[in-house]
Design a protein around this ligand. Sequence first.
Ligand code: ZN
Length: 392
Amino acid sequence: MDFLTRCILSVLIFTCLACSEDLPLSDRIDVFELETIGKTRYTIANGKSELGFQVVLKDKEGNYIPTENVVLKKDGGIVEEPIDIYKFKTTGPRLYQFQAELEGIRSNIIQVNARTQKEYKEIEFPVVFHIPENDLGDYPLDIFSNWIDILNERFNQLDHKRFPNSESANIRFRLIDKAPAGKELLTTGVSTYSRNGSGGVFGDWMWDYYWHPNDVINIWIGDFNEDLAGAATSPRLRPGEQSFNGITPTLTDTLDRLRGIILQSSYVKADPLSFVLLEHELGHFFGLSHLWPCSSDDKAEDTFQYSEEASMTCDQGLISPFNFLGRGGRIYDHYHFTYSQVERMRYVVDYGLWIGQNGATEIRSLNNELKTTSPPRIVSKPSKTRPAFFVH
Ligand SMILES: [Zn+2]
């Protein structure tokens, strides 16, 4: 390359750089996006839930452009705090509209739905663990009372700074302290069965170790000879009740199906954190569905669906929101329900059948009497149908 050519090239490059800098801002910007840090467009209007915002601003070469001069607008008015520290909090439930702006150029609009925090009455359900007699030595007997303590904490905890749309289920559990007439409890909440655990999930054999599901939530641990960690039956509503977003009433309240949760014993034995599996199955038991795959619909409007493989949300590619029914991350980190999920569970609590409601405190029976604490009933074997159930 001769001197002249180098000179011409230098001038050209310099001119190009200069002209790229001279380009109007609107021609330089490639990406100008407003996002919520809370990974949701929903929040609870309780003055405590914090929904943060951030801006992604990139030029056409993919370089980030500094965002100091970007302003955030809420319903058209400028928000005073810089976007990177702005945490939206409100006590007024309604829709709010947010948009970022830089020198007259506008980002996408985010509509935030702030909803009133609901005060659900606390309800406590009795549970029984049916475990194989042969497995007795494999579990510390206090494992189940420890699990119940953790469940009660995690079903009712709130972390509105990280999960601005989370709700407490206000559902608690306790180990049942009475067995059906003539039967002894091994220890509080634990009953044994002598069958050696073989047989299918919710198969007919389980009717021999089934306590009345209006009186107690049955949880069977065993070797179910199928490739799954746990499963839970789908709830039904009492006859005559209104359907709720895919949860339907039964025609009669004749008990013809098993109701409850199974946990594969190999998982329980191998993982001291397997109470997490029980939390997830209890979510199913009260009517929640998985947040994956993308093609599915969990019927809760404020959750994100996840892809099967990558643990990414289908619409935004976000990381796991740590939902009990979510996917990805360490499963121990799954510890919140959203507003709509809790709404769904509480509908099942109010109108469900065979969910242990007779034994629950704070719930009235069908004829409106307060609950007694009589022992659960043994179920007589009717003609049976295998229940619909979720497999984890
Ligand atoms: Zn599941």
